[in-house]
Write a protein that binds this ligand. Structure first.
Ligand SMILES: [Zn+2]
Length: 149
């Protein structure tokens, strides 16, 4: 009689684990560069992600695509950036936007390319074979660009 009860309990536990009841785990989808402390997390569990690719002249902006998750960013000399948040009851996607503060803003200097007429680089389509060309002749069939002598 007692043995039968134990078997029954084991059976219930087996069915529960098959259904994932009470032990459901969720994943964190992260960009490359992140290192997670675990592969999957239960809802309510604290998630720690490390971001190691750190360049001194770059601004990093960490974000989470899930609106209901609030991430916290810290910096630690041993790990680089440390991102922590509490796992909700679904998968989470985190990422990073980086901006190199040393990069020149080319849009702020339009004079750089103004001495070259833009028509010199105009792409044209060969009427004979349909190839797109940047040269004054067709690289596919050799036909001259229309209007070029
Ligand atoms: Zn052609």
């Amino acid at each position: 009689m007692k043995k039968k009860l134990i078997l029954f309990v084991l059976e219930v536990l087996a069915v529960m684990s098959l259904l994932g009841c009470g032990a459901e785990k969720y994943k964190v989808n992260a960009d490359s560069g992140f290192e997670l402390d675990k592969k999957s997390y239960a809802a309510g569990e604290e998630v720690t992600a490390y971001f190691k690719y750190v360049a001194t002249d770059t601004d990093y902006n960490f974000y989470c695509e899930n609106d209901d998750v609030k991430i916290k960013t810290d910096y630690d000399n041993a790990h680089g950036y440390v991102i922590t948040f509490t796992m909700p009851d679904h998968d989470v996607t985190i990422g990073v936007k980086s901006r190199n503060t040393m990069t020149m803003d080319y849009n702020a200097h339009p004079e750089i390319n103004t001495d070259v007429p833009s028509s010199a680089y105009e792409i044209w389509k060969c009427p004979d074979c349909g190839t797109l060309n940047a040269m004054p002749f067709c690289t596919e069939c050799g036909r001259k660009k229309p209007g070029v002598n």
